[in-house]
Design a protein around this ligand. Structure first.
Ligand code: FMN
Length: 214
């Protein structure tokens, strides 16, 4: 039997922190669709490096270009930085850096160098002024193409960036072992323990496990 979930937040889904269901749709918790995790680097207005732990994105394109589609909180520094400077860098790191990534969330003030806060090393990018992260196994240098307020409520904007250039660590360029294993892409999923109570959710961090080749 399938359980139908409608567009209206069920009453049993209650905020665990103020405004949770203003920022998130109840579908996020109810569905728990996994997404790759990464850090977005930008510059703050004062020139200090900013790092934003991010997920919920996709990467695709055609013969005219390759694009990053990422929804950003409109009150975040990252969103403001991207609108101002029109460039940003996507940095994929493995699960071993999860705690380091999380540190950048709570060291968030204007004066903070957020790369240093996470213990990351800045690396000069090839096409943008914003630094890449040396510890990342893959970085995408992006130029802002467009943005759109997703719901029209001024909460989340879908930012689309054109990938100008990518840098990939040599050991990751061939084969799947590194990319799709513990040293590769880090994933995030939000799985509810109990749909009926709606408030027993737990963040999960994962990596891929290849089950079939060819
Ligand atoms: C797995 C994951 C967990 C997150 N947890 C939090 C959190 O606990 N608190 C928070 O304010 N933002 C959280 N975020 C969102 C962003 O990382 C956060 O808005 C970001 O640090 C904003 O930084 P900025 O203002 O420098 O752009 C999380 C993001 C992801 C992908």
């Amino acid at each position: 039997m399938k359980i139908d979930i409608g567009g209206v937040k069920p009453d049993n889904f209650v905020d665990r922190w103020p405004g949770e269901f203003e920022i998130f749709s109840h579908f996020e918790m109810a569905l728990g669709i996994p997404h790759a995790l990464f850090l977005i680097t930008t510059f703050k207005e004062n020139g200090k490096p900013n790092a934003c732990f991010q997920s919920w994105s996709s990467f695709y394109g055609d013969c005219g270009g390759y694009y990053v589609m990422t929804p950003l909180l409109m009150h975040s520094h990252t969103y403001q930085n991207i609108l101002r400077d029109k460039e940003f860098c996507i940095n994929f790191i493995h699960t071993g850096y999860y705690e380091a990534c999380y540190r950048t969330i709570f060291k968030n003030d204007e004066e903070c160098d957020e790369l240093a806060a996470g213990g990351f090393t800045p690396e000069t990018a090839s096409h943008i002024a914003v630094p890449r992260i040396k510890e990342a196994f893959m970085s995408l240098e992006c130029r802002l193409k467009s943005e759109m307020d997703l719901s029209g409520k001024g909460k989340q904007s879908l930012v689309i960036g054109e990938v100008l250039s990518a840098a990939v660590e040599e050991e990751y360029i061939n084969g799947a072992e590194k990319k799709y294993g513990p040293d590769g892409f880090m994933y995030y999923g939000y799985a509810l323990k109990d749909f009926a109570s709606g408030d027993e959710g737990e963040r999960k961090v994962a990596c891929l496990n290849v089950i079939r080749k060819g």
